[in-house]
Design a protein around this ligand. Structure first.
Ligand SMILES: [Fe+2]
Ligand SMILES: [Fe+2]
Length: 167
């Protein structure tokens, strides 16, 4: 069932992050952003979400599994790109500003492919499986640090509580 409150709070999160736009386009928060992406978002996907979404009796299981594996390979590529950017930024190498737009483009295209190929399948999972994955995700986010999570995503404690019960 669609939830308009969720859509609006999702928009609020984006609006909160927009205030960083200038700094993000200069790469000022890149270290924090890469840290969040690699050690929180990707961990939730790979440790809490992908294992349960693959472990289902899909009629196209073999091809879906290779889609998920391609997405995991993207994660490794994104981490490598981020590591290079951090190195170039630290060294004052001008490759940093040349490659930064490519990094954001790669991440946003990757996210869209997850939204097209993986996320719509969530509602097919049983409630028990979904609850366990949410619990695992919450643990990963909590151990990463909710304040840092909130800073990078714009997701407020209220929004988190609304969609997942608590944080
Ligand atoms: Fe991802
Ligand atoms: Fe993602």
């Amino acid at each position: 069932m669609a939830d308009l409150s969720e859509v609006l709070m999702g928009e609020h999160s984006a609006i909160r992050v927009i205030r960083h736009f200038d700094a993000l386009s200069r790469g000022d928060f890149l270290f924090d952003f890469c840290d969040y992406l690699d050690n929180c978002h990707v961990q939730v996907e790979e440790k809490a979400y992908f294992p349960v979404i693959i472990d289902y009796d899909w009629e196209d299981r073999a091809s879906f599994e290779s889609t998920v594996n391609r997405i995991k390979a993207d994660h490794r590529l994104i981490r490598t790109l981020g590591d290079n950017l951090k190195k170039w930024k630290s060294n004052g190498d001008q490759l940093f500003s040349v490659r930064l737009p490519l990094y954001y483009k790669t991440v946003t295209e990757h996210n869209l492919s997850e939204e097209i190929s993986v996320f719509p399948r969530w509602s097919r999972l049983s409630e028990d499986v979904r609850l366990q994955a949410i619990k695992d995700a919450r643990e990963i986010i909590t151990s990463f640090g909710f304040d840092r999570y909130q800073e990078q995503t714009g997701i407020s404690a209220e929004f988190f509580k609304y969609i997942l019960g608590s944080h």
